[in-house]
Design a protein around this ligand. Sequence first.
Ligand code: MG
Length: 401
Amino acid sequence: MTSILLLGSTGSIGTQTLDLVREGGSGLTVSGLAARASWEDLLDQAREFSVTHLALTDPEAAALARPRLPAGTHLHEGPEAMQELILACDFDTAVHGVVGCAGLPASLEVLRRGKRLALANKESLVVAGEHLMAVARDFGAEIIPVDSEHSAVLQCLRGEDRARLKRVLLTCSGGPLRLTPSESLRHVKPEEALQHPNWSMGPRITIGSASLMNKALEVIELHHLFGLSPEQIEVVIHPQSIVHSMVEFVDGAVVAHMGLPDMRGPIHHALHSPDRPPSPVRGFDLQAFAKLEFEAPDPVRFPALKLGHECIRAGGDSACVLNAADEVAVQAFLDGKISFTDMNQVHRTALDQRQGDASSIEALMAADLRARAHAQKAVQNLATSGPASSGPAAPEPANHP
Ligand code: MG
């Protein structure tokens, strides 16, 4: 049996992980569950899977849950609740589906325990990839990506000599606005940007799939996980989301990983790898696989895309700053404060004010806070200057790194 600790259990990754646990003969048990504030769902899950170790990071939610806890249940609460749960629980693999930079301390804690980290919280790698990979090495821990593209790359590289890898072709559906004309992008409403054609995911990543910021963050994630240079990473638009990524070797062979767009696939892989036990994920489907298209991305309509490569080249705190700015920008867009294309200006403003120190996790957390303040300021300026300013993003200064 594999015992799992589920961080972000009430979100998209969490509930799809529990679907896999529910399957007869899954060989999975749940030893701990953590959520932010959805205490009623958390208690339902605790009852269904007989889990006695729980965490709620939101103190108000924890106060509501406490009088209703099943007998013998221990609840950790407050900002440190996830780290406490990681230390208190016995588990083999932590599935980490928390959204945002807030998931970083939990990633570090799991790795320091020398456990397997099934990582859907890509922000941990984006914000502090070098530190995270070093902690994994030092503590003999393993990071298995749950992001579908990175899971695909890992599977394509299995048994191969990494020195023979030429490049990775990171596929991207293009999102719900792939065919939207440039001049219409600034009028896109949150509900339109939230309509992902293929994948069922949370709101931040879905907006990121519409702006292609999610792909920029995935470029950074790929760089850290596999030690790739920016020149070895190429983004390819593939609207059907059947090819989850491809690797090209120096002999010209291109190996692709294919499957229906179903997050349970990469979660199942991360839980069982290198084994491949049966799963409820469906395999080849003639209709879905019949037509596979690839095209080059459009960097003019989607300027966020190139920021991934830019941040790898610039190094330091740039990826951390980009992530913080995007968390602020997405929330402001969802709240109706700024337009879809204004998000590009928020990213640019924060990146242009970055300071560069990434020598420690503390330095990065300080950079994250500064970037959020710069991004909030940019949001206020855009919001007060009104719709007239909500045009296409300003061109990038030529001298920017
Ligand atoms: Mg992905």
